[in-house]
Write a new protein. Structure first.
Length: 118
């Protein structure tokens, strides 16, 4: 396999004139299919990491009264946050699959139209 040839072809395709309306529409549909999953994953990930961090701070007596009750509460909150971070990817994949199924027909038809012209 000639990697130089593959690189040259991919670079040429990048600079080749495109049928902008259909190519842009295809990119827009692709982003539209993936956006809900990305937004959820980032939002849920940030929230669960903050929950885990709060639990760690409570369990290490950085915040709270420094009592055993706060330490136990911190461990529980930290475990909840870590579990949320653990399931984030699984939920992301489910939402992404649903978005791809929703726009699959339109994307495939548009891609066929673009590839048939070449």
């Amino acid at each position: 396999m000639n990697t130089d040839k593959l690189y040259a072809e991919s670079l040429a395709n990048e600079y080749a004139p495109k049928d902008t309306s259909k190519v842009l529409a295809l990119k827009k549909l692709d982003r539209k299919a993936k956006m809900p999953a990305n937004i959820f994953a980032y939002t849920f990930g940030i929230i669960t990491s903050l929950v885990a961090g709060t639990g760690m701070c409570l369990s290490m007596n950085v915040i709270g009264g420094g009592t055993t009750g706060f330490m136990i509460l911190g461990v529980i909150i930290g475990i909840i946050g870590l579990a949320g971070m653990g399931i984030n990817y699984l939920i992301y994949k489910k939402i992404l699959e649903k978005g791809k199924q929703q726009y699959a027909f339109e994307i495939i038809e548009l891609a066929k139209q673009i590839s048939d012209k070449e």
